[in-house]
Design a protein around this ligand. Structure first.
Ligand SMILES: C[S@@+](CC[C@H](N)C(=O)[O-])C[C@H]1O[C@@H](n2cnc3c(N)ncnc32)[C@H](O)[C@@H]1O
Length: 227
């Protein structure tokens, strides 16, 4: 069935600064469908909350989201008031429904003229990635869900960080099995990884941004950079 005729629901996420009471609300359309890039995954509000809590670090930045799907983190980065971040959303070049979902999320937040959506398949060096301008920050929520893709994701990240030496990769993933590890691949691709405790940005809760989505899932927040 075409994504255009699938049932859609909209979910609102409101991020609040407990001290300043600043808020940002993001509206995300989801397709009620089992396909994985069509709804918000539990790791996404956690990454979006990290972005919101570290918004002072991302002013006027060029930000690329990988495997964006419904694009909550990228949309939050674009919507932070007075930050003028330039966001590019990406998903696999052949997954047109997922790329369409990125566009729908832009539209739901009146950002379709400000955000670019591109097809970018992990581990592939198509013209879209080769001709990218400089990037300050790469985002990725729940990209590490299928171990067969882990190296392709890190190859793409290593390439982007090599081209943009001060760039970092901020990523969340859902720990689905203790025997999955990134350590050997990080070493192979000359990358360093910092694990960020969730409590440091108040993401150790069942409810984030008015959403119970993270629930009891075991979510990790990582900052990956070049060695
Ligand atoms: C588990 S979903 C996470 C979606 C979204 N980031 C979130 O957290 O809600 C994984 C995403 O990766 C995308 N994806 C899968 N394989 C890919 C590939 N080879 N290259 C780029 N993106 C891919 C999917 O289309 C989907 O949007």
């Amino acid at each position: 069935m075409d994504a255009a005729v699938k049932k859609k629901v909209h979910r609102n996420f409101t991020f609040i600064d407990a001290v300043t009471k600043d808020t940002v609300t993001v509206r995300i359309p989801e397709v009620v469908d089992p396909s994985y890039g069509m709804y918000v995954w539990p790791a996404a509000p956690v990454l979006a909350q990290y972005i919101w809590y570290h918004r002072d670090q991302i002013q006027g930045k060029r930000i690329l989201e990988l495997g964006a799907g419904t694009s909550l983190p990228g949309i939050v980065a674009a919507k932070i008031p007075n930050r003028n971040n330039r966001v590019i959303l990406s998903d696999a070049a052949h997954l047109t429904d997922c790329l369409n979902n990125c566009l729908q999320s832009c539209k739901a937040n009146a950002l379709e003229d400000k955000i670019k959506v591109i097809g970018l398949t992990w581990g592939q060096f198509d013209p879209e990635i080769v001709k990218l301008e400089s990037i300050d920050l790469v985002l990725g929520s729940d990209c590490f869900y299928d171990p067969k893709d882990f190296e392709d994701i890190l190859v793409t990240v290593a390439y982007l960080l090599e081209r943009n030496p001060r760039c970092e990769f901020w990523t969340t993933y859902q720990d689905r099995s203790s025997d999955r590890t990134l350590e050997h691949l990080l070493t192979k691709w000359n990358l360093l990884c910092r694990r960020i405790p969730l409590w440091t940005f108040e993401a150790d809760k069942d409810n984030i941004a008015d959403s119970t989505l993270p629930g009891s899932h075991d979510i990790e927040m990582l900052v990956i950079e070049r060695k």
